[in-house]
Design a protein around this ligand. Structure first.
Ligand code: MF3
Ligand code: CO
Ligand code: CO
Length: 255
């Protein structure tokens, strides 16, 4: 394992990258409405990242991924490929943005609902959001990754939902997916010890039904095996002595 500690200068570059990823999500929110396709969302984000931000959309051609953002609708867990499917009232979707600016990555995702979501959809979105924040609140110099996983898993499961185990958060910096792996389940007091200057993502995927997933034939789209709804939120954070700094806060979002 090779976990990089960011220098103050690198931390500043990560702040800039994180800010840009959050700005894309702030920008795209109002575009999400019935009748628009996920390819439309991809195009609007791509053009904003390239033309307005002077940044690079990290997913495009990453291990062969064919678009600039991920859009994961309803029972899609993650890595949904934007396409010609029109959004419908009641859909819930995750938009996952990763940008590269001056060599550093910023990675964040949020849930959106098209019109009014079902009661179950709204509740799932809320539980996943709370789970991400509970995980984030455990982070500080000297905490362990098992503390993060335990906080997330216990909240999710006590609400009758499940945590996906095949995909995880990650270190992030000059490389999109760096060490360490940040599992969203685990035992408190175990695992890698966090150090000031590490930058990681926390991005729990929470299913309304069972935790099992399957990968579609396109090689990317991950769906719930039981076709239950899935929700995910993601922030990029910097570990500090007494807690963490959230690098991808949205406009008006407070820790
Ligand atoms: N943004 C995702 C993450 O949070 C990774 C997407 S990889 C892609 O780690 F190739 F699908 F874009
Ligand atoms: Co990520
Ligand atoms: Co992401």
């Amino acid at each position: 394992m090779n976990i990089s500690i960011k220098t103050p200068e690198e931390q500043q570059s990560m702040r800039v990258a994180g800010r840009l990823a959050a700005d894309v999500l702030d920008m795209i929110g109002p575009h999400i409405e019935a009748g628009i396709t996920t390819d439309d969302l991809n195009r609007v984000c791509h053009d904003y990242i390239v033309d307005v931000q002077g940044a690079i959309p990290a997913p495009l051609n990453y291990r062969g991924f064919p678009r600039s953002i991920c859009t994961s609708v309803n029972h899609v867990v993650c890595h949904g490929i934007p396409g010609d499917r029109k959004l419908r009232t009641g859909d819930i979707l995750n938009v996952d943005i990763t940008i590269i600016k001056d060599g550093f990555h910023g990675d964040s995702s949020r849930m959106f609902a098209v019109g009014k979501p079902s009661v179950q959809g709204a509740r799932l979105i809320q539980i996943a959001h709370e789970a991400m924040w509970r995980g984030i609140r455990t982070v500080r110099h000297g905490a362990r990754l098992g503390d993060v996983g335990y906080a997330i898993q216990s909240h999710v499961e006590s609400n009758g939902c499940s945590v996906v185990r095949e995909y995880c958060g990650h270190g992030i910096g000059r490389i999109f997916h760096e060490d360490p792996q940040v599992l969203h389940y685990g035992r408190a007091g175990t695992g890698v010890e966090l150090r000031e200057g590490m930058t990681i993502t926390i991005e729990p995927m929470v299913n309304a039904g069972q935790r099992y997933v399957k990968l579609l034939q396109d090689g990317w789209t991950v769906v719930t095996k039981d076709h239950s709804l899935s929700a995910q939120w993601e922030h990029t954070i910097l570990v500090t002595a007494n807690g963490c700094e959230i690098l991808t806060l949205g406009a008006g979002e407070r820790p």
